[in-house]
Design a binder for this molecule. Structure first.
Ligand code: G6Q
Length: 550
């Protein structure tokens, strides 16, 4: 395989050489020789304090990473995104989620249209609707007010809404119940609506394309559930709204386009939680709360756009991710929020990072000769500590971890919060410095156990600290990760905004559906494994019921 332009850049070559100097050095030594490291290797913006000092880097590493960013055209590419150029090359689209949070008085003309005007018209429509549902003036079919909101969507049309609802639940209108249905497994919908009254329930069908099989299947079943309870098909008008770019299909489904909230093809699914896809979020926290969320996003956008790389949080985090992936060889990365409200953040970031940067070709289609996006995963602290942190501390795979925490709890209760937060600092400390054989021996540990207890340390972390979780802070935090992902994609020279990899499985499934529905026909013509699996499935389906399944 020939080396790519990235690997031929002077900064990349210098980083390769520099790595051989860093490889034998331990964070213990780096800290011992540099007392200001912990106060120097930090950056702060929009209420977020980033401590990156416990990464395996020196000032020289950072200089070389900044040089790599310059040589790779990060700044130019960032400016192309903000100006609406079609940087999603494989789909020939602008990438303008940053326009979703631009203030009303600003303007951005793309392909002859001021997109900021359109964004604010949609926000006004959302605000009007949300106010009516929240104050009870939007009545259901039988005249009752709406008490339950069920968002039906999948992928980008689900993960953002559910994450944001959970994250901002503290700020939500508590007499409204929110449920999120994504899986085509009927269990998801069945359990979500089982205790709800149809005449008090509003369904939001969230689908950019309005062609996604899982979402449409769930939406049709939800519509049937409503008809069965209310017995009148005209009830759809008061109990179904849509969020989509496809008015024709929304109308075909039976939803009045007056009850459709629009967005645009320049908003990628996983970048859409602050578009009308956030309708459930606005219903929960109100138009003012949603505005604060957007302000937080926008503030981080401006920081990314204007701060020098040395103080630019998303650029720093993105460049460190490249260093960890390509030079330290880390295949995976953890995100551990020490806040129960952020329990769905790891799942949300999994899509943002892995769908964006899980790519194997460059922008021009040539096969890459270096690694791209790491595998992201995580869990709310401290739960992860009692399950998988063992591997992070002593396993043979190095997992760089982001630890996210807040100085104040939204639910202060006795000592809980300081106990929780102490773990952020303790975990970062333990991962960086470990525990040496000498220290363990000095504790009088029996000789045969010493090796088991050694913690080698030298494992990288970022700590992100903020005062308190709020709509504004959440917006800034998500924008930070969006732009970190962007930074990585810009260095790697890939299209972070397409997702062709999810298509093949969908196409094959569509062919297999009728083969499962049928009894023994048609004759199967797949590979021998798929044929045998389908035959076995059919045979199991034909078996007499052995337990209660309707
Ligand atoms: C995200 C992807 C994908 C998408 C879903 C749902 O970036 O594009 O996760 O959001 O496939 O698509 P629809 O909103 O069109 O139903």
């Amino acid at each position: 395989m020939t080396t790519s332009p990235l690997q031929q850049r002077p900064a990349w070559k210098a980083l390769e050489a520099h790595y051989t100097e860093i490889a034998p050095r331990h964070l213990r030594e780096l800290f011992a020789h540099d007392p200001t490291r912990g106060t120097r290797m930090i950056a702060e913006a929009e209420g977020l304090y980033l401590d990156y000092s416990k990464n395996r880097v020196t000032d020289e590493t950072m200089e070389l990473l900044f040089q790599l960013a310059h040589e790779s055209g990060l700044v130019e590419r960032r400016d192309q995104m903000f100006s609406g150029e079609h940087i999603n090359v494989s789909e020939d689209r602008a990438v303008l989620h940053v326009a979703l949070r631009m203030p009303e008085e600003s303007s951005l003309v793309v392909d002859g249209v001021d997109v900021v005007r359109e964004v604010h018209a949609a926000l006004d429509q959302m605000a009007d609707f949300c106010t009516r549902v929240r104050d009870g003036s939007w009545k259901g079919h039988s005249g009752k007010r709406i008490k339950n909101i069920v968002n039906i969507g999948i992928g980008g049309s689900d993960l953002g809404p559910v994450m944001a609802y959970e994250a901002l639940r503290y700020y939500s209108q508590r007499d409204l119940t929110f449920r999120f249905v994504s899986n085509v497994d009927a269990t998801d919908l069945t359990e979500a609506v089982r205790d709800l009254q149809a005449d008090e329930t509003l369904f939001i069908i969230s689908s950019k394309t309005f062609g996604t099989l899982e979402t449409l299947t769930n939406a049709k079943s939800a519509r049937n559930w409503l008809f069965e309870q209310i017995g009148d098909s005209s009830a759809v008008a008061k109990h179904f709204v849509a969020v989509s770019t496809n008015a024709e299909k929304v109308s075909e489904f039976g939803i009045d386009v007056a009850n459709m909230f629009p967005f645009w093809d320049w908003v990628g699914g996983r970048y859409s939680m602050d578009s009308a896809i956030g309708l459930s979020t606005m219903l929960a926290i109100g138009p003012q709360g949603f505005k604060e969320l957007l302000d937080g996003f926008h503030a981080m956008d401006e920081h990314f756009r204007s701060a020098p790389l040395e103080r630019n949080l998303p650029a720093l985090m993105g460049l460190l991710a490249v260093w960890n992936r390509n030079f330290l060889g880390c295949q995976t990365a953890g995100v551990m929020p020490y806040d129960q409200y952020l329990k769905r953040l790891p799942a949300y970031l999994q899509q943002l990072t892995m769908e964006s940067n899980g790519k194997h070709v460059a922008l021009d289609g040539t096969i890459l000769s270096y690694d791209t996006g790491a595998i992201h995963w995580g869990e709310a602290g401290t739960n992860g500590q009692h399950s998988f942190y063992q591997l992070i501390h002593q396993g043979t795979t190095i997992v760089p971890v982001d630890l996210i925490g807040f100085a104040k709890s939204l639910n202060p209760l006795g000592e809980h919060h300081d106990i929780l937060s102490s773990n952020i600092f303790a975990q970062a400390q333990a991962l960086a410095f470990g525990k040496t054989e000498a220290e363990i021996r000095a504790e009088g540990t029996p000789a045969d156990v010493v090796a088991h207890r050694v913690m080698e340390g030298n494992r990288p972390t970022n700590v992100l600290l903020a005062e308190v979780l709020s709509p504004r802070l959440l917006g800034s935090l998500i924008a930070l990760y969006e732009h970190s992902v962007f930074t990585q994609g810009a260095i790697w020279g890939i299209d972070s905004f397409d997702q062709w990899g999810v298509e093949l499985g969908k196409e094959l499934a569509v062919k297999i559906i009728p083969e499962l529905e049928a009894g023994t026909e048609p004759v199967l013509a797949h590979d021998s494994s798929t044929n045998a699996l389908i035959e076995h499935y059919r045979a199991l389906k034909r078996k007499e019921k052995t337990h209660a399944v309707d």
